[in-house]
Design a protein around this ligand. Structure first.
Ligand code: SAH
Length: 260
């Protein structure tokens, strides 16, 4: 049986089993989870290695009906573990109600949305191993001070330790994507809550990077910085120059001005 690759679902099936094995090996058990959720198993190239890990209980979520039929045929034992649906619409806490690792060769067209969802559920997801478009993977793992560093880098690095693991060329996929791919691992850090108003933190990060070439003084104008902060030299900087800790301290001072 054959699954016809569907572009609108971001389907590029990995053909190289040794790369699949290397990706699955990156699951380290960090945080002590039992459940593993595979996002977008497709024709099961990662699944084949995931089922060998007896220490874990595997669940799969796949939106493509044709892939689901294929998976049920190849992995009858997993029949009850395959969730048919859209990851972005899934209520993860009612589904698993326990910490779980997330793994997958993500559909590249929705990878940012996947990560915003992961951020919402960050206390339930101690580890994520995934393949993405290489630029996006690099951006997420990027340190401050360069052009790759952006909104998702800051928001994810606030709660996860992130490692760029390896790159994957297009020719090991069917069909080959137009872009290079990269594999990253994210592991939840021990920050339960940032030392500032987290809603305001997110607003500041977004506003700063939405006009990333401007000084923060201008980029943050819509958020109305308090007068005592306007003259501060931190606002001479651009968003990409600030570490997570810098954004936390900036948020504290924005807030202090508002409450005072
Ligand atoms: N893991 C497979 C397939 C990767 S392609 C491999 O490595 O070969 C991405 C997969 O994600 C496809 O199977 C696609 O159908 C699935 N997918 C796309 N959007 C999805 C969504 N919103 N929720 C769940 N799965 C999705």
């Amino acid at each position: 049986m054959y699954v016809r690759p569907k572009k609108h679902l971001g389907q590029h099936f990995l053909k190289d089993k040794s790369i699949a094995a290397r990706i699955v090996e990156l699951l380290s058990g960090h945080g002590g989870y039992r459940y593993v959720l595979e996002l977008g198993p497709g024709t099961g190239v990662l699944t084949e290695f995931l089922v060998q890990r007896e220490e874990h209980e595997l669940f799969l979520i796949e939106v493509d009906k044709e892939s689901i039929v294929y998976l049920k045929g190849h992995y009858p034992a997993l029949k009850e573990k395959i969730i048919e649906g859209d990851f972005l619409k899934l209520s993860l806490d009612s589904l698993l109600n326990q910490p779980f690792a997330l793994i997958g060769n993500f559909p590249y067209n929705i990878s940012s949305q996947i990560f915003f969802k992961v951020l919402d559920y960050r206390d339930q997801v101690p580890e994520i191993v995934c393949m993405l478009q290489k630029e996006v993977a690099q951006r997420i793992a990027s340190p401050p001070g360069n052009r790759d560093y952006g909104i998702l880098s800051v928001l994810l690095q606030a709660y996860f330790d992130i490692e760029y693991k390896f790159s994957v060329p297009p020719n090991v996929f069917q069909p080959p994507p137009k872009v290079q791919s990269g594999v990253i691992r994210l592991r939840r850090n021990n920050v339960a809550k940032l030392d500032c108003n987290e809603v305001l933190f997110r607003q500041i990060v977004k506003a700063g990077f939405n006009q990333r070439r401007k000084m923060l003084r201008n980029a943050l104008k819509p958020l109305d910085p308090p007068p005592e902060l306007i003259e501060d030299s931190i606002l001479d900087k651009r968003a990409e120059q600030l570490s997570v800790a810098d954004f936390v301290s900036l948020t504290q001072r924005m807030e202090a001005g508002r409450n005072g």
